[in-house]
Design a protein around this ligand. Structure first.
Ligand code: SF4
Length: 680
């Protein structure tokens, strides 16, 4: 492997941020580059420490700079900390390039809600440009635009500069994108349909001429699924009717004020949709009653898409029958409706046009008319396939129906195919072939590699306890006591702080809540923690270490403490993973299994939907403490199923598992490890 010899190929990579490539990095750059040259896609299961951000950017820049169409590079990430890393990486590239190449230009953008600080909550009006005069604004915007492109800047520096100049940061950033080489932004800009359609063309970016880098790509399938999820309830239908009425009023006002009567068709369609949705509300309420009757309080049920569409047709028929009658009564007004008119498309489109002021809280940030539009649109596109699933849950005030797109590949496949190539990378893209399947990457143009961790295995040993499990039928206070005994043994014979992760908040509370462990102070993650609470955790751990105190940090797999947070500077000495975070049985997971079985074969159904996602969540947590070659940490897996064939095959094959039969062997193992292996 070339990556073992860092002296090879330094001159070969003009856009590498480091003076010396790291082990494994050379292979990754070469493989990404090769793929991109063919407009292909490379899946890089690259563990922490390989330098994957620098590797992906080096490969993408080299290919982009040697392509006549000069594609944009879209670096997609869901983490703000990663935005900073990309900016720092490009700064290093520019300083290494010196006079040999022009500087690389990068634009860093985040969601509008995070960039917009000066919005009048009452009216929703922007106030950022209040301080600048209309006549000077164009020039000021140009100045900020030049500032953005002059050198790599963090988005918050741009927001500050824009504030000082009295111009709109959001708009000015977007106007700079067409002239940059790299755009750092959220996945949504490519993978959330409404965002993509509103965002890329208006920034002068075409997907066909873009190389996509997806950071932490293991999150992409769920991000796509979530972006397609919508809820409908009778109240949402009622609200949509109110929004349509309000919108109709605004259109009528505009029509009255303007002699040109600019949008009579829209007004007519909105009035039609208003009547249909009013009728749908009654039908939906009755339908919910029948759904409630069929399930117990804690059960869910599948909603037949046919039944749901019949409700919409019935509402349309009823109104058109009534209005047709009205029109027949007044013969002069009668106009036959075109039989080919697709009422679903008309309804989805009309609802999507509704523009009303919405409350300024997260739940209502999308008008309810748009939610229903999205659902109708999904039915049009996927209703004839098994990829769309609707689930009724009786919980809450009136119950709810949620739409789920089971197959993210239906959306991502065509997007990747359209692009000028892509790199998908993460430490837990394991196995890469599963992600290639699920995201529907073009088969003949996709390469996949699992890179070897540059960190010696002996600095991060994995110990599996054989005497404990959180398997449902073996849960008991005795079992929890054994788990606690392993943790106490580790505390007594380890150094530094310890992080413990559980499959759910309920188990976290059951196993660790109210339990005293001697020698440590417990900090427990809460569902209510906001970003600031999370941001403070690492600083707090460092501070406690300085004061000679040890902390037992307790969190949940897949939540904030176990993903996307860098415990740098060797602040964690051990990670304990309790149980296996298998998703609880549900009608949704059954549908997903069935879908995966039909599409990828029954042998993959369980692995793709249950075991692999669960082990990948554990792998994410396991990766937290080792952020550099100097770090060392002991990983204790408190569930004997990790040693079973079904779960074992979900771990990277190179990972060595040690076993412990009881808390005493855990104690002995920890003692040996912390005596022999020191933090550098
Ligand atoms: S940054 Fe622009 S869009 Fe945001 S509040 Fe200010 S003026 Fe409005």
């Amino acid at each position: 492997m070339a990556g073992n010899n860092p002296d090879i190929g330094i001159d070969e990579f003009p856009f590498l941020a480091h003076d010396k490539p790291r082990p494994g990095q050379i292979d990754m750059i070469r493989e990404c580059r090769e793929s991109l040259r063919n407009k292909g896609h490379h899946i890089a299961a690259a563990p922490t420490g390989i330098g994957k951000t620098a590797a992906s950017i080096a490969a993408a820049l080299e290919v982009a700079m040697n392509t006549s169409t000069k594609p944009h590079i879209l670096f997609l990430t869901g983490r703000q900390s990663q935005h900073k890393i990309v900016i720092e990486t490009v700064r290093k590239i520019n300083s290494r390039l010196g006079n040999t190449h022009r500087d690389i230009k990068v634009v860093d953008i985040i969601g509008r809600e995070s960039m917009c600080e000066v919005v009048d909550i009452q009216t929703g009006r922007c106030l950022c440009e209040q301080g600048s005069s209309e006549s000077a604004r164009a020039r000021l915007k140009e100045d900020v635009r030049n500032y953005i492109l002059q050198e790599p800047r963090h988005v918050f520096d741009i927001v500050e500069k824009s504030k000082t100049f009295g111009v709109c940061a959001w708009q000015t950033c977007r106007s700079a994108v067409k002239d940059c080489d790299i755009l750092v932004c959220d996945y949504n800009h490519v993978f959330a349909e409404q965002v993509r359609e509103n965002s890329l063309p208006s920034m002068g970016v075409s997907l066909q001429n873009s190389i996509i880098i997806v950071d932490e790509a293991h999150n992409l399938p769920d991000r796509i699924r979530m972006s397609m999820e919508r809820v409908i309830t009778p109240i949402i239908v009622r609200n949509a009717a109110m929004e349509l009425e309000e919108f109709m009023g605004s259109l009528e006002n505009i029509a009255m004020r303007s002699s040109s009567n600019s949008s009579p068709q829209l007004l007519e369609d909105v009035s039609w949709a208003f009547e249909v949705i009013k009728l749908l509300r009654v039908k939906m309420a009755n339908y919910f009653k029948t759904l409630h009757e069929k399930v117990n309080e804690d059960e869910e049920s599948i909603v037949k898409i046919d039944d749901f569409t019949k409700l919409i047709h019935a509402a349309c028929n009823e109104y058109e029958g009534v209005s047709g009658q009205m029109k027949l009564d007044s013969e002069n007004d009668f106009q036959a409706k075109s039989p080919t008119q697709n009422r679903f498309e008309k309804l989805a489109y009309t609802l999507s046009q509704v523009s009303v002021e919405v409350e300024d809280d997260e739940d209502s940030s999308e008008p309810d008319a748009h939610r229903i539009s999205h659902i109708v649109e999904s039915i049009i596109r996927f209703g004839n396939t098994t990829a769309l699933c609707m689930v009724f849950s009786p919980k809450g005030k009136e119950g709810k129906i949620t739409t789920h797109l089971l197959d993210p590949g239906i959306l991502s496949g065509p997007l990747f195919s359209k692009s000028a190539g892509s790199i998908l990378m993460s430490g837990t893209l394991h196995p890469p072939s599963m992600y290639a399947d699920i995201l529907a990457l073009p088969k003949n143009l996709t390469t996949k590699t699992s890179y070897v961790s540059p960190f010696a295995g002996e600095r991060r040993p994995v110990l599996v306890a054989r005497d404990v499990t959180t398997k449902y039928n073996q849960r008991s206070e005795d079992m929890w006591n054994k788990i606690r005994a392993h943790i106490q043994a580790l505390i007594e014979h380890s150094e530094d702080h310890i992080a413990v992760f559980c499959p759910s908040y309920r188990l976290l509370d059951e196993i660790l809540g109210g339990i005293f462990f001697s020698g440590v102070t417990k900090i427990t993650e809460s569902r209510d923690w906001v970003k600031d609470d999370i941001d403070r955790v690492v600083a707090k751990l460092k501070n406690e270490r300085k004061n000679g105190n040890r902390v037992l940090l307790c969190g949940v797999f897949g939540a904030r403490l176990s993903e996307g947070i860098d415990y740098d500077d060797g602040v964690l000495g051990s990670v304990v993973c309790i149980g296996i975070p298998n998703p609880p049985p549900s009608v949704l997971s059954d549908s997903l299994k069935e879908y995966i079985s039909d599409k990828f074969g029954s042998q993959n159904a369980w692995r793709y939907t249950v075991t692999q996602p669960a082990i990948n969540a554990i792998l994410q947590a396991m990766g937290r403490p080792i952020r550099s070659v100097e770090d060392r940490a002991l990983i204790l897996l408190l569930d004997n199923r990790n040693d079973n064939r079904i779960y074992r095959e979900c771990y990277p094959h190179a990972m060595k598992m040690n076993t412990s039969n009881d808390p005493n062997s855990t104690k002995a193992f920890a003692k040996r490890f912390f005596r022999r292996v020191k933090r550098v």
